[in-house]
Design a protein around this ligand. Structure first.
Ligand code: NAI
Length: 252
């Protein structure tokens, strides 16, 4: 028996990293899971991993920066599985960093479109179905960069700070409907984004690990576990938080 038996979960950014780990954990707890990503091949691989483990998952393509595409993703979820109980809005990009004075407008805009507007579009289209299901939970992936600044990543940092504001506001809007909305703020976790950033360099990994008081970076499952917990009945009194899951990164 899993704690998400009979529940339908939608995860964006599900082709790799934290999103893939989230899909696998929710499915392992009995949920039927939609794995949505702009990378459909990767999302299919995630769904296949779930099926190989005896679970039920469907891969769906989406660009979360496109409101109509997000509406279509949610519609396919409900058409396929009949309901929506939990959403983990997790898609994100790192992109080329630059100081603000040198940042191209389109680099700024894409970061905001994917990671801030994307979370807005997801919640907007998910909430009516969560309400129809009699309540549910949303977990948005912010970042340690949602809590503190980073030079050279202002688009990412601004979007992730925005996700926390969005999470808090929407949490208050929908808690009366039995929908809990929370955010996670990961520290550095091994993923495609972070692998590209570290470029296979052990020195880079050691340097990044050293920024985390725990002395290492996370495995994506360690982040996804927090999302699963926030969405679970065990977190029934947790509303509107931005939970650091960061090995102490934002503590000092
Ligand atoms: P990842 O690169 O492995 O996964 C991100 C996924 O999002 C990819 O599969 C990508 O195809 C998908 N994606 C990108 N743009 C999309 C779009 N427009 N529509 C739909 N899907 C899209 O990276 P990771 O680390 O698993 O990232 C997941 C989330 O965690 C992101 O929001 C990221 O900002 C956040 N995060 C990650 C940290 C880390 O150290 N790995 C730290 C803090 C936050």
């Amino acid at each position: 028996m899993g704690q998400f038996d009979g529940k339908v979960v939608l995860v964006t950014g599900a082709a790799s990293g934290i999103g893939r780990a989230s899909v696998r954990l929710f499915a392992g707890e009995g949920a039927q899971v939609v794995a949505a990503d702009i990378d459909l091949d990767g999302a299919e691989q995630t769904a296949e991993l779930v099926r190989a483990a005896g679970g039920d998952a469907l891969a769906v393509p989406v660009d979360v920066a496109d409101s109509a595409a997000v509406a279509e993703m949610v519609a396919r979820t409900v058409e396929t599985y009949g309901r929506l109980d939990v959403a983990h809005n997790n898609a994100g990009i790192m992109g080329a960093g630059a100081d603000v004075a040198d940042m191209d407008d389109d680099v700024w805009q894409r970061g905001i479109d994917v990671m801030l507007s994307g979370v807005f579009y997801c919640m907007k289209h998910e909430i009516p179905h969560l309400e129809a299901a009699g309540g549910g939970a949303i977990v948005n992936t912010s970042s340690g960069a949602g809590l503190i600044g980073f030079p050279g990543q202002a688009n990412y940092v601004a979007a992730k700070h925005g996700v926390i504001g969005l999470t808090r506001s929407v949490a208050l809007e929908v808690i009366g409907k039995g929908i809990r909305v929370n955010a996670i703020c990961p520290g550095t976790a091994r993923s495609r984004m972070v692998d590209e950033w570290m470029q296979g360099s052990a020195e880079a990994e050691a340097e990044i690990a050293g920024l985390h008081p725990i002395g290492r970076i996370a495995e994506p499952e360690e982040i996804a576990q927090a999302a699963v917990w926030l969405a679970s009945p065990a977190a029934s009194f947790v509303v509107g938080v931005a939970l650091p899951v960061d090995g102490g990164y934002t503590v000092p």
